[in-house]
Design a protein around this ligand. Structure first.
Ligand code: SF4
Ligand code: SF4
Length: 234
């Protein structure tokens, strides 16, 4: 029996939605930039990464789960999770992975895609903090804590800011929070470095093949109904 997948708003079995195919293409392009990035195929789902991760308790998808979701063709769920923003970049998972998978670098790649596509977890604005931090460094050559806190809270809501005010006052009294920003020497050089880094992180457009590749590692495209029937779609 033929199932009317469009009426049911489902994709055909083994065929990803267009949005997911595009995310996958971006992700595979990013993997090519990581030396040994293709080792992601060798994940044996042993869970060593998750077991070693000092912050996995705060993640909604474990590092092992990230690998599993990639295989299952659901990169969007990874991008909408807190995981890539919670990662502390300690590299323990990478050094312990028995398959030599560059898990930390892969999480960075996913972070770049999330920023590029504007896909973020709801009510978890770490990306806003990261964005404002880079702006501060670009402007002053170093962080300007007070400015960062104000800008961050303007973007994400003042409730937290008011909660943190007593701590801010304490830090100010101990000379740990400056009212005025200070610029470093050689600011132009820092700006040039940031500008080059931004150019380097531009997403690479990758050609999507006109045929369906197997579930797991390739970029998949929709197959025609006839081709699907020929493959025994009943
Ligand atoms: S440690 Fe490596 S092989 Fe094991 S689940 Fe994590 S990524 Fe996969
Ligand atoms: S690099 Fe990130 S994911 Fe890996 S162990 Fe450290 S915090 Fe966890």
């Amino acid at each position: 029996m033929d199932v009317d997948y469009q009426a049911l708003k489902l994709t055909q079995p083994g065929v990803m939605p267009k949005s997911e195919r595009e995310l996958r293409a971006s992700f595979l392009a990013q993997l090519e930039l990581i030396p040994g990035g293709d080792k992601i195929k060798a994940c044996i789902q042993c869970g060593t990464c998750t077991g070693s991760c000092p912050v996995s308790y705060a993640m909604d998808i474990s590092p092992r789960g990230v690998m599993a979701l990639f295989r299952a063709g659901d990169i969007e769920s990874i991008l909408r999770s807190r995981t890539i923003w919670v990662c502390a970049s300690c590299y323990v998972c990478t050094t312990r992975c028995p398959s030599g998978i560059k898990i930390t670098d892969i999480l960075y790649a996913l972070k770049r895609i999330a920023m590029d596509k504007g896909i973020f977890p709801s009510r978890f604005p770490v990306y806003a903090l990261s964005e404002q931090f880079v702006k501060m460094v670009n402007k002053y050559g170093r962080n300007y804590e007070l400015g960062l806190v104000v800008r961050f809270n303007l973007k994400t809501g003042w409730k937290k800011f008011l909660e943190m005010a007593p701590l801010g006052w304490k830090m100010f009294r101990h000379g740990r929070l400056a009212f005025k920003p200070t610029r470093i020497k050689g600011l132009e050089q820092i700006r040039k470095i940031i500008s080059q880094a931004e150019k380097a992180s531009v997403a690479i457009e990758r050609e999507i093949p006109e045929y369906a590749s197997p579930v797991g590692y390739g970029v998949m495209v929709e197959v025609s109904k006839d081709a699907n029937r020929a493959g025994g779609g009943d």
